[in-house]
Design a protein around this ligand. Structure first.
Ligand SMILES: [Zn+2]
Length: 489
């Protein structure tokens, strides 16, 4: 049996853990973020109000440099949407627009593609051409990566779809939301509304009409940033963050606020051991993640000269939900033994895994070569088929447990402390080739080029919606902005 090293940071650990477990701060903060400020969707009054409140809160913890950084990005404002079955008989069904949808109206034959596996769009191209596709929110069986809504959407567009319906695969959870692109009108429907349409489809041809009334507009939003300076005076820093914006239809309590309050709690408790922290720790609450990673993307651009000195980026989106609190690295196997040793020393459970995807705030850092990972349970990542109540109106404060927030804050604060204090940090920045190779290995090699293919494809259409033109010309990053962070300005 291996003999674990003594814990060199036992005093710091005791301080962190006792602070976390004798306070209800993250739950108190979650209630303010969600109950007072609402969804924090970019451009809503609760967006700026929540940002100002977070800055004041961080200052009240003694972190005087807390501030927010503003940026403008292509935002979106929801309008009412309609879904009408027009044949075999007329029936109105509840639906909601998906973010970035443009105002439009289409009618066509309904084509149901089940869970929408990767190959089905080409296979069913003849049916899809000129018609309206419906797919579920579930990851198709047998996939080793999750198949994201935007990939199903892009592949439907490339197969000729003129409208798009995203059906929740969870019962009694209402319609799901999630960003697409202003190319064809796209809506979300509940399991029940989708199942109704499926039953009609089993009887013969079904025609549906979609009407959307949304607005694509430029919006100012923010990143909240603060630092605990390291005692060594080096430029090296460690970053941890979570987005704070939720989807406009919900409180966004799990996704993302449970993560944002975890980051704030880490800032609070780490500031109490600041004289023991060797290298700078930066805490960021990113804005505008849900509509295309705009907060993290802008952060990387605004802090480009600091990227070379970033030791690690820990993304804690939704980190305060249920489940084990480990770290899923973006392709850094050299960190696995290091973290197992760390977990033994901490007497804490810190499971690890390796993954990347273009759908989280890690991505803009990952494509710039920065070692990073996301907080979570690598086992759960492998077995889950979707978001549950995430991205629905039911993502509310009552789903979150203080105990989970505490576990997240305690584990990740101790982890970040060690990363900042390590003299012999084993992870180095990846080259562009290594980034590409790991993206391929995880099955996203083709995925990251889908938005470019969609732009090429729709550019050949005879008539373009002004919002689509705008998306192609002025908003080159679109719904898959994640994939297009340039490696230099
Ligand atoms: Zn999120």
């Amino acid at each position: 049996m291996r003999c674990a090293k003594l814990n060199p940071y036992l005093d710091v650990d005791k301080k962190i853990v006792s602070e976390v477990y004798t306070s209800s701060e993250p739950m108190d903060n979650l209630k303010v973020l969600c109950d007072i400020h609402g969804s924090r969707w970019p451009g809503t009054p609760g967006d700026l109000a929540s940002v100002k409140w977070m800055v004041e809160k961080l200052k009240s913890y003694g972190i005087e440099n807390a501030r927010y950084e503003a940026f403008t990005f292509p935002g979106w404002r929801r309008g009412p949407a309609e879904l009408e079955m027009v044949a075999p008989f007329e029936r109105s069904l509840e639906c909601i627009s998906l973010p970035q949808t443009m105002p439009d109206e289409v009618e066509g034959k309904l084509v149901f593609l089940g869970d929408g596996p990767v190959g089905i769009y080409e296979e069913r191209k003849e049916d899809i051409e000129g018609n309206i596709v419906m797919v579920t929110s579930r990851t198709p069986l047998g996939m080793t990566r999750s198949l994201h809504r935007s990939e199903k959407f892009m592949r439907s567009v490339l197969a000729g779809a003129k409208g798009w319906i995203f059906m929740n695969h969870y019962k009694a959870s209402g319609p799901p939301t999630g960003t697409v692109a202003p190319v064809i009108p796209a809506i979300g429907v509940s399991w029940e509304a989708g199942s109704f349409l499926k039953r009609r489809l089993e009887e013969g041809e079904v025609r549906v009409r979609i009407k959307t009334t949304d607005e694509n507009i430029d919006v100012e939003t923010y990143n909240v940033v603060c630092d605990i300076p390291g005692t060594s005076g080096e430029d090296v820093h460690v970053l941890t963050g979570s987005h704070y914006d939720g989807h406009d239809i919900s409180q966004g309590a799990l996704d993302p606020a449970s993560g944002a309050v975890t980051v704030m709690e880490m800032a609070r408790v780490l500031n109490k051991v600041k004289d023991k922290i060797k290298r700078n720790v930066r805490f960021v609450c990113f804005g505008a993640e849900e509509i295309g990673l705009y907060g993290s993307y802008n952060y990387v651009m605004m802090h480009r000269d600091e990227m070379k000195d970033m030791r690690f980026m820990l993304n804690l989106d939704s980190a305060g939900g249920p489940g084990r609190k480990g770290v899923i690295f973006n392709g850094h196997s050299e960190l696995e033994p290091y973290v197992s040793e760390m977990a033994r020393e901490m007497k804490a459970e810190l499971p690890t895994g390796q993954r990347t995807s273009p759908y989280g705030d890690n991505w803009p850092f990952f494509v710039n070569g920065i070692p990073g990972g996301g907080g979570g349970d690598p086992e759960a990542e492998r077995t889950r088929t979707g978001r549950g109540y995430g991205h629905t109106r039911y993502d509310t404060v009552d789903k979150i447990e203080l105990e989970d927030l505490r576990r997240a804050a305690a584990n990740f604060a101790r982890f970040i402390f060690r990363v900042a204090n390590e003299e012999d940090w084993p992870a180095r920045h990846k080259t562009e080739e290594e980034v590409q190779a790991f993206t391929e290995e995880k099955g996203y090699g083709e995925t990251v080029h889908l938005a470019d293919r969609v732009k090429d494809y729709v550019s050949k259409w005879e008539k373009l919606h002004p919002d689509t033109e705008d998306w192609i010309e002025k908003r080159p990053t679109g719904g898959m902005s994640s994939a297009y962070v340039p490696s230099s300005e």
